[in-house]
Design a protein around this ligand. Sequence first.
Ligand code: MN
Length: 191
Amino acid sequence: MKYTQPELPYKCEALEPVISRETVDYHYGKHEKAYIDNLNNLIEGTEWADMTLEEIISKANGPLFNNASQAWNHILYFFSFSPDGGGEPDGELGEAIKNQFGSFEEFKKQFEDAGAKLFGSGWVWLSRDDHGTLFISQGSNAENPLTKGLTPILTFDVWEHAYYLDYQNRRVDYLKKLWDIVDWDMVASRY
Ligand code: MN
C-alpha cells in the first residue's frame, strides 16, 4: 500500500465542541480511510503507482480522480485544525487577507457564503496563485483547485458527513463554528 493515512496531530475528542469525537471517528476513521484505501487499490500495479498524489489528481478522472482528490482534500482539512486554533492570521497571510477582502470579518463572510451556497456535496477553498493572490472558490464533490494551477491553503468540507452528526442540516452553523479551531500557523505556512 503506497499511501498511509497520516495520524491526526490531536486526539479525536480534541476539537469538541466544534467537531465531536463521533464525527472525527466516522469522518477521519471511515470516510477518509476509505478514500485512501480505494486510491491504493486503484493504483496498485499500474503506472499511477509511480506518480505523486498531485500528479494523479492533475491527470486522472473518474473513480481514480475522485478517490485521489478526496484523499488529498481530507488530509488538508484535518491538518487545518487545532484545539488551540482560532483567532486571526497575522504576518503576510493576515496582510494579504486584509488587502484583498477589506477585513478578516469580510473574508470570513465571503468564505462562509461560498460554503453555504454550494449545492450538494463539496468543498469551500482558500487558495493562492504563484503571485500570492488569494482566491475563495467552491468545488463540487471531489473538485480541487490544484487542477486549476492554484495552491489550496485552507478548506472546509461541506459534505453532509462532515457536519450532520453535530449540526444536522445547519451547515451555516457548522461553517461559523469552524473558525474557532482553524490553525492559522499551519494555514500561513502554506501561504
Ligand atoms: Mn469529508
